[in-house]
Write a protein that binds this ligand. Sequence first.
Ligand code: GTP
Length: 366
Amino acid sequence: MKVVILAGGQATRLLPLTSNTPKAMVPVLNIPFLEYVIRHLGRHRVTDVVLAQSHLAQTITDYFLDGARFGSQLTYVVETVPLGTAGAVKNAAGYLDETFLVLNGDTFTDLDISAMIDFHRQTRARLTIACTPVEDPSSYGLIETDGRSKITRFLEKPEKSQITTNMVNAGTYVVEPEVLEYIPAGTVFSFERQLFPKLLERGEPLYAYPSPAYWIDIGTPEKYHQLNRDLLSGKSNQYPFSSTQRVTIGERSQIHATARITGPAVIGDSCAIGAGVSLIGPVVIGPGCTILEETTIEDSIIWQDTRLEKQVYIKSSIVASGCHLKSNSIVENSVIGNNVTIDSGYQLKPGSKIGPGAVVKNADNQ
Ligand code: GTP
C-alpha cells in the first residue's frame, strides 16, 4: 500500500526552529523526525512512500534520497505553491490508484497501522480516520461517531460547551481513490475543514479507528520538546532507550571526568564536554557541540554544532544549530533559532523566542 506523507506546511507555530529547517527534519534525539515516521511505516510493510512537499523541500530530499537506506522507495511530489493538506494529496493523484494511506508529516505515533488497514477493509469505509483520546480536546478536530465507529459529525477546535467527545483526529487516514474526485485540482483544499464535511454531507461511509497508542504532533515547540522527553522516558516503543541505559554518548565525544550527567540524556557524536559541566536529564545534545567548564543544562535540547562557553545556564529550553552562547549567559523556558549568538552574562527573558542569526547583546556592549 502506498502512503502520502504531508510534509509541505509552513510550520509557523514551530518557529523559530523551522525558519530554515522543515518541520519534518527537526531532530528528535538527534534523528530527523521524518525518519521515525518512515521506519514506523516500514515496520507495517508500508514502504512505497510519496512525500508531498512544498516549503523547504530540498533539505528533505537531500537526506532521504531514494529511501533505500531506510528500506523504502520514496517519490517526491513538490507543489509550487502549498495546496493545503487535501490539495497536496490531489497533486499526487497520478501515483494513487488503489487504497492508500495519508499521514500528517508532523505526527508521531505508535499506531498499529496494519490493524487500522484491516479495520478499514472490514467496515468498507470510503475513508477511515485514526483517532485518539486527549485530555483537552479544545484545540483539535473532534470526531463524533455512532456505536459502530461510523462518523456522524466533525467539530474543528470547538468551544468548551460544544465538546461531546475527547476523541480527536490523529492525522492518519486510510483512503479509497474515489475520494480524490471530491478534491478540486490545483486549489488550496483542506482535509479537516473542507473534504471531511463534504464527504459526510454526500453520505460517504467514514469511519473512526480509535487507538490508545502513544501519539503526539510536533506542531509547537512545547509539543516538540514533550516528544523528546517522552521518548527519553520510554513512553513510545520506537526508541531503543531502556531504563538501564539512561545515558548514551555518541562516537568520538569527549566527556571530562568531572562532568556530571544525570540521565536520561543523549549526547551526539564528536561533542566536547568540559570540566564541571552538569547535564541534568532529560537532555539531548546534538553532534559537534562544545560545552565549556561549569555550564549547566537541564531539561533541554541543544541541536548540532552549538558552542556553550563557561558557566552558561540553560533550563527547559531548545537551542538550535550553530548557536554561540557566551560565558555566564542564562536561558530559561526559551526557544532559540539557528546561528544565534548570546552575549556574555546576558539573561534572556524567560519565554523568549529568538529568530535565526540574531545577536543578542547587553545594552552596554552595543
Ligand atoms: P502551522 O503553520 O504551524 O499551522 O503548521 P503547518 O503548516 O505544518 O500546518 P499543519 O500543522 O496544519 O499541517 C499538518 C501537516 O500537513 C504537516 O505535516 C504539514 O507539513 C502538512 N501540510 C500542511 N499544509 C500543507 C500543504 O499546503 N502542502 C503539503 N504538501 N503539506 C502540508
